[in-house]
Design a protein around this ligand. Structure first.
Ligand SMILES: [Fe+2]
Length: 259
């Protein structure tokens, strides 16, 4: 069975959320009502030749082809191609049924790739949206370079139950600690500082302030020239946030979280 079909059939009880990692910052979340929300789907190899001299060929297989992807809410944190991939958006078949959420530069990509304008929902830090049974609150993120100055993260609340904070790409700032007020159950964080994102050390500090029930590393797995061993984050979390459990997801395998 294809992964997309598996996800559609996977049962989720009330006050729970199921999630699947597709690589980099790309996740699909499923509520008990069956709503599927994606974040930062990178389902092509379009970054391979993006930066001369750097190896950005994808290491993780494409687990769902863009043409097969069938989610209700498509979100992107910012307009870098490993997060808002125009080639992934181009291949989607549900451009007239899903909601497409993101900061304005991501919305420009949606528009350029023929998503119906009525389906596009611009958002920004502190904006709260309710789409189906998912509440999406924009969070602060500090841009990592001047190629895009509109980074953000999201806190998703699924069916009035679990809350997940996805940092998006962000440099370190104490303003990231403000997400603590939203009491996320899970933090999904970047941990590789090579391109000025949070390092594993900084990510652990953020988790220590926010105190989620689970910390999940992301963004370290996709590109040969932007990889680190997630156990670096595990080690630092043990030192800087010993009360926050570490959890490493495996690509394409479900992780069910009960509140
Ligand atoms: Fe990135």
């Amino acid at each position: 069975m294809s992964l997309m079909k598996e996800i559609r059939q996977y049962p989720v009880e009330k006050n729970s959320v199921a999630m699947w990692w597709l690589g980099q910052s790309g996740y699909i979340f499923k509520t008990s009502e069956g709503t599927l929300t994606s974040v930062d789907m990178y389902l092509t190899d379009s970054c391979a030749a993006l930066v001369p001299g750097m190896n950005f060929s994808r290491k993780v297989p494409v687990l769902i082809q863009p043409e097969e992807l069938d989610v209700d809410i498509y979100t992107c944190t910012h307009n870098h191609q490993d997060h808002t991939d125009p080639f992934t958006v181009r291949g989607l078949r549900n451009k007239d049924t899903a909601h497409f959420v993101g900061p304005h530069p991501s919305c420009e990509v949606y528009r350029a790739e023929n998503v119906e304008s009525g389906r596009i929902v611009p958002t920004w830090p502190q904006r709260e949206l309710e789409l189906r049974d998912v509440k999406i609150t924009g969070t602060f993120a500090l841009p990592t370079d001047d190629s895009d100055l509109n980074h953000m993260g999201f806190v998703y609340q699924f069916g009035g139950g679990p809350r997940i904070y996805v940092t998006g790409d962000t440099d370190f700032s104490e303003l990231l600690f403000s997400v603590e007020k939203q009491k996320p159950d899970i933090v999904i964080t970047v941990i590789n500082g090579g391109f000025n994102n949070l390092s594993h050390w900084e990510a652990a500090e953020v988790c220590g302030k926010i105190k989620p029930k689970v910390a999940i590393p992301c963004h370290y797995d996709m590109f040969p020239d932007n990889s680190i061993d997630p156990k670096q984050f595990k080690a630092t979390l043990g030192l800087r946030a010993p009360d926050v459990p570490y959890h490493e997801l495996r690509h394409g395998e479900p992780f069910l979280f009960r509140k």
